[in-house]
Design a protein around this ligand. Sequence first.
Ligand SMILES: Cc1cc2nc3c(=O)[nH]c(=O)nc-3n(C[C@H](O)[C@H](O)[C@H](O)COP(=O)(O)OP(=O)(O)OC[C@H]3O[C@@H](n4cnc5c(N)ncnc54)[C@H](O)[C@@H]3O)c2cc1C
Length: 406
Amino acid sequence: MSDIIRRDPHAEWIARNRLHPLHAALQPAQHSWMGPNGVLRKNPHGIGFIGPNGVKRIDRSGAQQGGTAKRTAAVQVQLPLHRVVQPAFYIAVVPDMVGGRLSSHDRDLLGLARQLAGTDGAVLALVFGEHKENTFATAGVDRLLQLDGEQFSGYAPEQRVQGLRAVDNQFAPRHWLLPDSRSGGGELGRRFAAALGERPATRVWQVKDEACIGRAGAGLQDLARPLARVILAGAECAEPVSESRHEALPVELSTAVARSLSRIEDLGAVAVDPAAIPMAEAEFIFSGGNGVKDWALFHQAAAALGATEGASRVAVDDGFMARDRQVGASGTWVTARVYVAVGISGAIQHLQGIAACDKVVAINLDPGCDMIKRADLSVIGESAALLTALIEAVAAYHNETRRDAA
Ligand SMILES: Cc1cc2nc3c(=O)[nH]c(=O)nc-3n(C[C@H](O)[C@H](O)[C@H](O)COP(=O)(O)OP(=O)(O)OC[C@H]3O[C@@H](n4cnc5c(N)ncnc54)[C@H](O)[C@@H]3O)c2cc1C
């Protein structure tokens, strides 16, 4: 029996959020039980203690929920290895790899691929160019194919389609899975399906009983259709792999990839004013609250980092930020990869708005506030001093890179 404590951050968040419609459903009486795969499951909210005033307290720092102490154990315990010696078939996945790493969307897709691969099939992940990822094995990848070469770098969808076609010829995957995202997967998947002459299933959120269900009609309707060969799936289409380890064996193409006609010329990324990016689409948000005492310094820090500015409702109500910058239940629900909260306490209405953010960094004077509990990285201190230090650190970093380049 394994002693791994598994966490479901989304469920934990719902259970903490008293306003969420599923909150009551996530308050089970059972404290621990055996999961279907023989792993002992524990309800983190069953773990609590009675405070000095007779009130039940739950430590939300994560320490009691498989956080600090238990996480060390999770690292040491080896997950069971799933080995596919002679794959009966392949399920190919083309992750977006934004920033060179698997995103949560990519991991959901790999979870879906594992479902489709069963025990005999192998999940083949295809990565273009260099990457910084070292968790392919625990994300469910049996075979890893890396397509290197300058022809694939930058915006090169036509050349990438040629790469996918070469993979298709050699491995003949039963299904192709791509993220239906704006980070490249949505466009590449559609182009590739057209090149194959296949009708892709798009915006898929569920695959069940040989059928896939996707969003249609401006997201208001579901469209069910037989399982397609090319599937473009949305985030949360499946649970990411968490209970097994895979080989992630490197494989190679036996033939060279044909060169496509260069009908597209990549002129490089266009500099965009971060302030002009809609909050809901911003990848990097620098948000200020009531704890910001020097707003000029806050704007300076946001500009130095190249981040989109956001704010708590108090900062907006006090007139320091425009209403369209408000993050939260009555503002914008954001999905940034990095969300920095400066002097924001983490009221439930604010936390609702950042629930989908990947990494949260909190700068706050109060180590016990809810934003610190939610954050992946916390800096305890006075905001003005920390913002000044941040601006200096960014300037020093830029000076160094400029010196190295010269
Ligand atoms: C119906 C309703 C809807 C709402 N919708 C939203 C919403 O969409 N978005 C939203 O944000 N709020 C919303 N609110 C308001 C919400 O409840 C909180 O009041 C608000 O989020 C608090 O903002 P804050 O964290 O900036 O301020 P505070 O709660 O005052 O917190 C300030 C924080 O800054 C820290 N701090 C103070 N001084 C410093 C310093 N010098 N350096 C560093 N840290 C410091 C403090 O420790 C504290 O944690 C809503 C409320 C209601 C009732």
